[in-house]
Write a new protein. Structure first.
Length: 74
């Protein structure tokens, strides 16, 4: 049962990352305002990176943990 949950979460994460990539590409192609996205995806990502950068060592550790979670090897 735990394997099913883990696989489901992994699949959902992969889909979410693909959708984020698609949203970034659409925003690059169509400009800053894409009506059906509902927000500024690139601006949001830049804001998150800026917040992590302002947090100093804690931000660096948080970025490393996120990187490890998103790039786990199987």
């Amino acid at each position: 049962m735990l394997d099913k949950i883990t696989n489901g979460v992994s699949a959902a994460t992969a889909i979410a990352m693909s959708l984020i990539g698609l949203a970034i590409m659409l925003q690059i192609v169509f400009g800053g305002s894409v009506p059906f996205l509902g927000g500024d995806v690139i601006g949001t990502i830049i804001g998150i990176v800026h917040q992590l950068g302002d947090a100093g060592l804690v931000g660096l550790i948080s970025a490393a943990v996120l990187w490890k979670l998103l790039t786990h090897d199987e």
